[in-house]
Design a binder for this molecule. Sequence first.
Ligand code: FES
Ligand code: FES
Length: 136
Amino acid sequence: MALYSEKVMDHFQHPRNVGKMDNADGVGEVGNAKCGDIMRMYIKVDPKTQVITDVKFNTFGCGSAIATSSMATEMIKGKTISEALELSNQAVAEALDGLPAHKMHCSVLAEEAVRAAVKDYYDREGIPYDETLMTC
Ligand code: FES
Ligand code: FES
């Protein structure tokens, strides 16, 4: 079996939603404690429905970080912010047909960046949130 699934290779070579976002409603930046790589995630939120209408990300991370972030942006686009908070790194890795065990920590970066962006949105809007959801 190949080390990386076809989906991982696809999202690594053709990452979705890469870039910056002007006028984002929430921006999250996180660093991976394990490798020092960093990730920035931008979300645009419809204030009426709380639906994430647009997502962008930038990373100085490895191929697995790029692939998981790309998949994560696709998974939260069109979802509400509370649904986005439920996205786990395991779910993202599963959607990619798996990651090698030693690269699972890379998927944490994507999950944490989503949560950090949502937290920033909540902070800006003055919406209270469950602090325990914001760390991994
Ligand atoms: Fe594992 Fe946050 S990266 S504790
Ligand atoms: Fe750092 Fe993958 S090795 S995110």
